[in-house]
Write a protein that binds this ligand. Structure first.
Ligand code: B3K
Ligand code: ZN
Length: 876
């Protein structure tokens, strides 16, 4: 694949007016007839040929205005169809016939088969695997779709839009026709055919229209779709209330499939989902599963406006739909659940996934300017940092102007394919604020580092804050401009109350938001009568690293008195981190690990504080992870020392808080029927966190085993099993529990994924042997992406000591797996390979092994564009 540049963008020479598709479905020989009506764009070169995209296609028929076209007028290869001598301005029709093999499509892009059904995935460039087409997001047209298939095997024939009608079609066959009146790009096309069960409901929109809702799942799994349906209806209502967005077709459908490369896909009116984001019941789904289902259902639904009605001009603009839609789904979940707890979870995720990406070889701007394989840009940066950038616009503008900007965006660009510049302009026009400097957030990669220091002058009653920002170099960007960073900031007095400055010099400061725009800035707060404790970047108002030396006493003060509970959590984390970093260093040098008292006391006091939400307390007690510690250490990392140090800290906290944890464990027992609501989930989270600490205090598997036996829901069951497996891997209790779990859930793929993932995450050098053995388990399926992610993905992403064992065997193992997966499914291979993104921050011995493994991949004879792109950038 060659490099694509944003600067080379130009519109197509031909405008697509209409698309009419007919599919004659067959597992191995599906015939696709595409009738496409075009006209030359006014002003385009009158002699230009039309060039359509293809991918592994063979042309089996071509008509021009219904008449067979002379071969001298076209060229067809697997990758393109070029037609010459076309009318200067009159519309013309091309009828293109291709024959494709869904059964052989192991990439899961285009039309493929999963569990006996036909299904499609077209984003980003999958439609060109179905027929020759101008397969780019700025080509929008209304689609008519006719589907012909075997009546028994495929009673269900679905596509986008509204159902036109259906009938018998010769012996044993039938057909159905769908029409989608909303012009859309090909990446939003979908077709599903097969035999599935359905859950039905309706939703009445804000203008009183009734919309039919259908969720299709495998027969027998209908009851497990109830929560997804509930989440869908709540999403539809929320988008009306919060963004004024109403649904725009008569029917909205979701189909759950078990083989899917990502989470889900927002095809117009016909979302296709990885079934792990649809199916849930108390026996088989954890609270995290429920929360994810709610978020993904909402996310795909919200795309109907942010992505579908207004789409991207080109794939460089991906964050236009993804960053914005993640922001919308995060806001939705915050409104449905606890806002601070949701913010804590999102920031944890951002720091553990996006920060390493932004600080490593795969760093790229939220709006990149080049790519070789667009599928490799569905990244944490485009999604999660993209959401943070949207959130910062909301923070800078305030609620009202942000809403005005969004309304203007929907109004001005409905039906268009637009750019980030178009998006930002709406907020400038709505607020009158200049967002030029702010826009650097879209263009400069890397996590800015803000260094702060404060000094108090009692005589002058001033507090002076010195701020400095620096964005590190990233691939292709060696020097950076200062950014416009909105820092939510407040000052707290000795009694815990807020101190309001009488005036502020040196920075714009309004609504508790300080605007850092210079490389350095000195800000003076006047009228501060006593030494303040400063809280900076409250609610994580900007996605930055903050260096601010605060004493443990000041952090403990914030942990007790901050009104922003996110900032309380941040203070507790800032108390914990130095202890964890020191523990890693001490463990590496064989020194005893000792924990600072203020940290332990403050943490346990928070755990015991019944005025705090249980879910918040569970988050506070979940200390920074091993990869968080590695990131903070920054380089020359030894995963074994990080692990050992962290374990020692956990044990000390556990011993000091033993009584509190035992009390919490007893007091938070949920009784009665299981409910997945946030409050009940929070109680379970706190109780299970207490159980984890008790396992460190007691050092025996007994209590976890009892919890495993007593559990009446998957949250408690899988948590108990994780403690057993991760803390007591060689115990009889663990062996029995693993066997019992496997036997009980052998028929349930999503639960068996958990069984594989829990074992793939068991720390220590023996992990690799365990993973190898698990690959031979009859329940392991190489071709299923969920299963592959649960075993190989968990091992590589979430088991630093096992994957990163000192002899490099883990990296070598991954290299072989990547090459094997790449033969079938390049997207999946490339995604799992990104687990190597932080290899340069390993100590030299491991880094050498990691480089060798990457070289082995790079030198392989046949590599997909996807894997080649990742491996080359990772090594660079
Ligand atoms: N838009 C899809 C992701 C498509 C990924 C293509 N490789 C799901 C989502 O973000 O909603
Ligand atoms: Zn999305």
């Amino acid at each position: 694949g060659q490099v694509i540049h944003l600067a080379d963008y130009r519109p197509t020479d031909f405008v697509l007016e209409r698309v009419d598709l007919t599919f004659e479905l067959d597992p191995t020989e599906t015939k696709v007839e595409a009738r496409l009506i075009f006209h030359r764009r006014p002003g385009a070169d009158p002699a230009a040929p039309i060039v359509l995209d293809g991918d592994e296609l063979t042309l089996s028929g071509l008509l021009f205005d219904q008449v067979e076209l002379d071969p001298s007028r076209y060229d067809a290869t697997a990758e393109s169809l070029t037609v010459r001598d076309l009318p200067e301005s009159a519309p013309f029709e091309l009828t293109i016939t291709t024959v494709i093999n869904p059964e052989a499509n192991t990439q899961l892009m285009g039309l493929y088969r999963t569990g006996g059904i036909y299904c499609t995935q077209c984003e980003a460039e999958g439609f060109r695997r179905i027929t020759y087409f101008p397969d780019r997001p700025d080509v929008l047209a209304p689609f008519t779709v006719n589907i012909i298939a075997d009546k028994d095997a495929s009673p269900l024939l679905l596509s986008n839009g509204n159902f036109l009608g259906g009938a018998g079609y010769g012996p044993g066959k039938h057909f159905a026709a769908w029409f989608d009146p909303h012009p859309k790009p090909s990446y939003l096309f979908a077709l599903v055919a097969g035999d599935l069960g359905v859950v039905e409901d309706t939703f009445t929109t804000m203008t009183g229209r009734e919309v039919v809702l259908k969720i299709y799942v495998e027969h027998g799994k209908e009851p497990r779709a109830a929560y997804a349906m509930d989440a869908l209806k709540r999403s539809m209502a929320w988008d009306e209330e919060s963004f004024g967005r109403e649904y725009d077709l008569d029917i909205f459908m979701i189909v759950a499939v078990s083989d899917f490369n990502m989470g889900a896909m927002e095809n117009k009116g016909l979302n296709v989902f990885n079934d792990r984001y649809v199916l849930a019941d108390p026996e088989t789904a954890t609270d995290a599963d429920y929360a994810n289902i709610e978020a993904v259902i909402a996310h795909e639904y919200f795309h109907n406006w942010t992505g579908n009605r207004i789409t991207c001009r080109d794939w460089f603009q991906l964050c236009l739909k993804e960053g914005l839609t993640v922001y919308r789904d995060q806001e939705f979940s915050s409104d449905q659940r606890s806002r601070p707890v949701k913010r804590i979870a999102d920031v944890r995720h951002l720091k553990s996934e996006q920060f390493p990406e932004d600080g490593g070889p795969l760093a790229h701007p939220v709006r990149p300017t080049t790519y070789r394989e667009i599928n490799n840009f569905y990244t944490r940066t485009v999604y999660e940092k993209g959401s943070e950038v949207t959130r910062m616009i909301a923070t800078l503008l305030g609620k009202d102007d942000f809403k005005k900007g969004m309304d203007l965006y929907f109004d001005r660009h409905d039906g268009q394919a637009v750019t980030i510049e178009d998006f930002v302009k709406c907020f400038e026009d709505a607020s009158g604020r200049d967002l030029t400097q702010f826009s650097l957030w879209y263009h400069q990669a890397g996590t800015p580092l803000v260094t702060a220091s404060g000094s108090y002058d009692a005589a002058a009653t001033t507090f002076t804050l010195s701020l400095e920002q620096m964005t590190p170099a990233t691939p292709g960007q060696s020097s950076k401009e200062p950014m416009h960073i909105p820092l939510s900031l407040a000052l707290f007095g000795e009694n815990g109350g807020k101190l309001e400055p009488s005036s502020v010099d040196g920075a714009e400061y309004a609504g508790e938001v300080l605007h850092l725009t210079g490389r350095t800035q000195t800000v003076v707060f006047h009228g501060i009568g006593s030494r303040p404790v400063v809280s900076i970047n409250r609610s994580f108002s900007a996605p930055i690293n903050l260096h601010f030396d605060q004493s443990p006493a000041d952090l403990a003060h914030l942990a007790r008195h901050e009104t922003d509970h996110f900032a309380r959590w941040q203070a507790l984390t800032d108390l914990a981190l130095p202890n964890l970093l020191k523990a890693a260093r001490d463990a590496r040098e064989g020194k005893p690990v000792v924990c600072e008292a203020t940290f332990v006391e403050t943490l346990i006091a928070a755990a015991a504080d019944d005025s705090l939400e249980p879910a918040f307390r569970a988050q506070a007690l979940a200390l920074p992870s091993e990869s968080d510690i590695a990131r903070e250490l920054g380089g020359n990392n030894d995963p074994d020392a990080i692990h050992a140090g962290r374990q020692a800290i956990l044990k000390q906290v556990a011993e000091a808080g033993k009584d509190v944890f035992a009390g919490l464990y007893a007091a938070t027992t949920t009784s009665g029927d299981f409910s997945p609501d946030a409050k009940s989930a929070g109680l379970r989270a706190l109780r299970n966190t207490a159980l984890t600490y008790l396992s460190y205090a007691e050092q025996t598997p007994a209590r976890a085993r009892a919890a495993f036996d007593a559990a009446n829901n998957m949250t408690d069951l899988s948590h108990a099993l994780t403690i057993l497996a991760h803390r007591f891997p060689d115990s009889a209790e663990t062996a029995e529990a693993l066997a019992a779990f496997r036997q009980r859930f052998a028929e349930n793929a999503l639960v068996i994924d958990k069984w594989f993932a829990i074992q793939a995450g068991i720390p220590g050098a023996k992990a690799l042997e365990r993973v190898r053995t698990l690959m031979d388990d009859p329940l392991f399926k190489r071709t299923n992406p969920n299963r592959m992610r649960s075993l190989v993905g968990t091992f590589a992403f979430a088991n630093p000591t096992g994957f990163g064992r000192a002899d490099g065997e883990g990296y070598r193992f991954l290299a072989r797996q990547i090459l094997d997966i790449d033969e079938r499914n390049p997207q999946l291979a490339a995604r799992i390979l990104t687990s190597m993104r932080s290899w340069r921050s390993l100590e030299p011995g491991r880094a050498d092994h990691a480089r060798a493994a990457l070289n082995e991949i790079e030198q392989a004879a046949a590599l997909s564009t996807d894997v080649r792109d990742i491996v080359e950038r990772t090594l660079k």
